[in-house]
Design a binder for this molecule. Structure first.
Ligand SMILES: [Zn+2]
Length: 282
């Protein structure tokens, strides 16, 4: 009897200990998930909880125009940029200049972009800037670099004098990452790359879009564990998109068709969670 009571007490003590441990583990899990980054919502209506700042430079990459405060990202995006820079430097002898990524909390920007809201979109210049290839840009130089168009003055095609043979290698390398969902490029840039790399299926990831003649725009997939991140429809990876899809962008005189107005349609709504994050309350 005494023996069994002893056992009961010991069991209770053990049980209490185990519960305390479990509670502690639960707390630390909660604490670590609160500090982990989450990309929330859609690329065009979303935000980032606990974004990270992209380092201003590393092997093969430099951030430009940091004064705009758009160098924040999901850590997966930073990992991608750091790795791509290294490969571009080693395999193409080139450099990637990183333009707009996202604001610290993500969310809509007042100008230019409708996306770049979840820290998973990054603008990368085509320009193989001669100074940046040699050394780190100064703070002032970084602020004063603007994307240079690769199109001719009539905007009827890529200008071969502005085109750098490294561009194809760089865009192809970027498209080779499994985490890269799609890359937006100007229709003329896609046409150029379709002719440089005929039939290669990575071209499927290149989505023709207006603008994008001074930079390409990489969009990463929703990272694992980012439970509120809204993915886009998957692209057809079996079709390069170099045929009728690309042709549909051009008029019979060889220009890019003008952009249809969105007709003032309703803008996508930000998730409530994002409104709190953007207002600084979460
Ligand atoms: Zn962009």
């Amino acid at each position: 009897m005494i023996f069994s009571r002893f056992i009961t007490l010991s069991l209770l003590t053990l049980l209490a200990g185990a519960l305390a441990l479990a509670a502690a583990a639960g707390r630390s899990r909660a604490a670590s998930s609160a500090s982990a980054t989450q990309s929330i919502g859609a690329y065009t209506a979303g935000c980032i909880r606990n974004s990270a700042a992209i380092p201003m430079e590393g092997e093969g990459f430099q951030v430009i125009r940091p004064g705009r405060g758009r160098y924040f990202a999901n850590p997966e995006t930073i990992e991608f940029i750091v790795d791509l820079g290294k490969r571009v430097n080693e395999n193409a002898n080139g450099i990637i200049l990183i333009g707009d990524v996202a604001q610290q909390t993500g969310g809509p920007m007042l100008d230019e972009h409708s996306s770049h809201q979840t820290g998973l979109d990054a603008d990368i210049l085509y320009w193989q800037h001669p100074i940046a290839l040699q050394r780190s840009l100064t703070g002032q130089e970084r602020e004063n670099i603007f994307p240079q168009s690769v199109l001719n003055d009539q905007r009827t095609g890529v200008d071969d004098f502005k085109w750098d043979e490294r561009i194809g290698k760089i865009v192809k390398t970027a498209a080779s990452y499994a985490d890269v969902d799609r890359i937006f490029v100007n229709p003329f840039v896609k046409r150029k790359l379709c002719s440089e790399y005929p039939g290669e299926l990575w071209l499927a990831k290149l989505r023709p879009w207006y603008g994008h003649d001074g930079h390409f725009h990489v969009r990463l997939k929703c990272p694992a564990g980012n439970v509120s991140c809204v993915p886009q429809e998957p692209i057809n990876t079996h079709d390069t998109g170099c045929g009728s899809d690309l042709a549909s962008w051009f008029t019979s005189s060889g220009k890019i068709k003008s952009q249809k107005s969105s007709g003032g349609g309703t803008r996508p709504k930000l998730p409530d969670e994002c409104i709190a994050i953007i207002n600084g309350g979460a």
